[in-house]
Design a protein around this ligand. Sequence first.
Ligand code: ATP
Ligand code: MG
Length: 421
Amino acid sequence: MITKPKGTYDIYGDTAKYYNYINDTFKTVCEYYNYEYIRTPIFEESELFHRTVGQTSDIVSKETYDFKDRGNRCLTLRPEGTAGVVRSFIENKMYGDVNQPKKFYYSGTMYRYERPQAGRYRELSQIGVEVLGCASPLIDAEVISLAYRLLEEMGIDNITVKINTLGNNFSRENYRSALVHYLEPHIHELCEDCKKRFTTNPLRILDCKVDKDSDIIKNIPSILDYLDQESKTRFDQVLEYLTYLDVDYEVDSNLVRGLDYYNHTVFELVADVDQLGNASTLCGGGRYNGLVANLGGQDTPGIGFACGIDRLIMVLQELNKDKDITSSLDVYVMAISEEEKLTAIRLVQDLRWCEIKTEMDTLNRGLKAQFKQADRLKARLLVLLNSKDLQKGLITVKDNLTKEETKVDEDEILDYIISNL
Ligand code: ATP
Ligand code: MG
């Protein structure tokens, strides 16, 4: 038997219901916030991720799926969504659009060579947004509140927004030096990855999952003490807007996020759910003002977040574990003889086109088995077609709630069903 590749999983059954529900809710919320849908390729030139996510990031240094195609091109399965959207923004000259800022939402699979565990896969699904062309802290608040309200809309309300600022480049550099100075005497106590990070990207040490509870990390200097006035004022404004929008946040000065391209606001939405353990972060995002220019575009500010669908499914499953989430059927049409089946297929089609969820038997079941099947599908109305009645132009409808049976004129069956649902 051929089995699925390590770190992937099939989405079907209840999981598929949650998957669709999450995507549908996300789309609805994004449309209200006036974001437009964007879809970019699942693979891109490897160079794109090296330049954006960064050579020293965990993702590029050890998690990407790189391959050469038959034309010897170096390609990478996308590990995240921002790089592709930014490339598309530049390549399609969207900075020239009259409508600014550009506000996008996307949904799709990403690929990371990680050690598979609960909430951590090699093929993962993310929903996310990106806003390009706006530096106002108003947009930081909009993007964060969109993520927060989205989770709330799905019934996930034990959410904390962890937020921090990395400041502008000047503040970030100041902090970097302070950090190096503080960490230097402790390098040998850090994990192997952090020893490397110390020279390549010391800020990333704050993000370490191995050392996070050590005293060295706990007593690390706070970036908030190294912000210049501009960065500080900007951060205070974001927080003020969030307060005004009733978003519960917690400033976490150790939050830096895994990617190289962030500056100013960075944030994560964390769920208080036991099952998630090391994977309790549902959403992560931040501002990336230098990224567009770094990829050769005009200097354009940007901000976005990505939310892991796989983890959202786990949270929803846990929240709804005592609820029956199987959806019910509106109508089950019963037919036995060939003549009855002919009437049935036509009626079923008409009902479906009236947006009524309808099913009929296609496995040659007998009458008793059809009743059972209708029960399993939780049909609200049963339509019983029998040849004798059909000759008189009549169809029997049974209401499964009231248990009432009514004979309805064949010509009026659609209207009858519509008004009785
Ligand atoms: P983590 O710190 O958990 O590794 P990250 O910083 O790598 O997360 P991002 O790149 O910001 O995560 O991705 C945003 C969201 O995507 C995460 O908050 C998480 O919900 C989800 N996610 C990230 N990696 C995986 C994965 N391997 N499997 C499933 N979901 C993931
Ligand atoms: Mg990661």
